[in-house]
Design a protein around this ligand. Structure first.
Ligand SMILES: N[C@@H](CCC(=O)N[C@@H](CS)C(=O)NCC(=O)O)C(=O)O
Length: 220
């Protein structure tokens, strides 16, 4: 079994962090050929995005589906809560990350230069993020993690996005606040993630990998 993709991707990180909380030895490795659009990679996963999980020559695609596969294939150390409602909430945090947090990021990436900034585009993304944080706070429950008192899928999905937003958004866009900086559910969640013996070091690794990715992009 091979996890193909770069850890700097929040979707690859989701799967690798999920594997870590499940105690699985699954470390991401570079895509086949010369990248995700190579003939070798596309033959395995025609979607052409990372991550892909190669299992005996076959492929499981899409980060959350890969996590579902790992949960089914390796149930011994669960990566989801046992209570059905809490399981749904953990999955919902991952879904809110995909549907309401992630779409705000690319528009902001293209507005990094303050001199050429489209204020309306920044405002729209800021509103989108504020709404997404409200949805998360509504559904996350008492915690301190995304769904309960141990890390599960929702944490593995949201934490890399939050780490990425911390590096590229909150410090570059004055009008967008870091929700983990002011008292509230997301600050308590981030503290729990940072203090966790698996997710804390995992997020340090993610932040290093993402910073290296940004440096590489800046040189291009
Ligand atoms: N819905 C996919 C999203 C994966 C995704 O967009 N990955 C990015 C890297 S962060 C990618 O491969 N982008 C390449 C492309 O869009 O061509 C998942 O959850 O796995």
């Amino acid at each position: 079994m091979k996890l193909l993709g770069f850890f700097a991707s929040p979707y690859v990180a989701r799967v690798e962090l999920f594997a870590r909380i499940k105690g699985l030895d699954l470390v991401s490795e570079p895509p086949l050929g010369d990248g995700i659009k190579s003939a070798e990679s596309l033959a395995l996963n025609p979607i052409g995005r990372m991550p892909s999980l190669e299992v005996d020559g076959r492929c499981v695609a899409e980060s959350t589906i890969i996590c579902d596969y790992l949960e089914d294939a390796f149930p011994q150390q669960p990566g989801l809560p046992s209570d059905p409602y809490d399981r749904a909430m953990s999955r919902l945090v991952a879904r809110i990350t995909d549907l309401y947090v992630a779409p705000q990021v690319s528009p902001l990436f293209s507005q990094m230069n303050p001199a050429a900034r489209d204020a309306a585009a920044v405002d729209a993304a800021a509103t989108g993020l504020t709404n997404a944080y409200r949805y998360l706070e509504h559904f996350m429950g008492a915690g301190p993690f995304a769904a309960g008192d141990t890390p599960t899928l929702g944490d593995c999905a949201l934490a890399p996005y939050m780490g990425m937003l911390k590096q590229v958004v909150y410090q570059n866009f004055e009008s967008i606040d870091d929700p983990t900086d002011s008292p509230g559910r997301l600050r308590d969640w981030w503290q729990a993630v940072s203090d966790d013996p698996i997710l804390g070091p995992g997020m340090q690794d993610y932040e290093t990998a993402f910073a290296e990715f940004m440096k590489m992009m800046a040189k291009r």
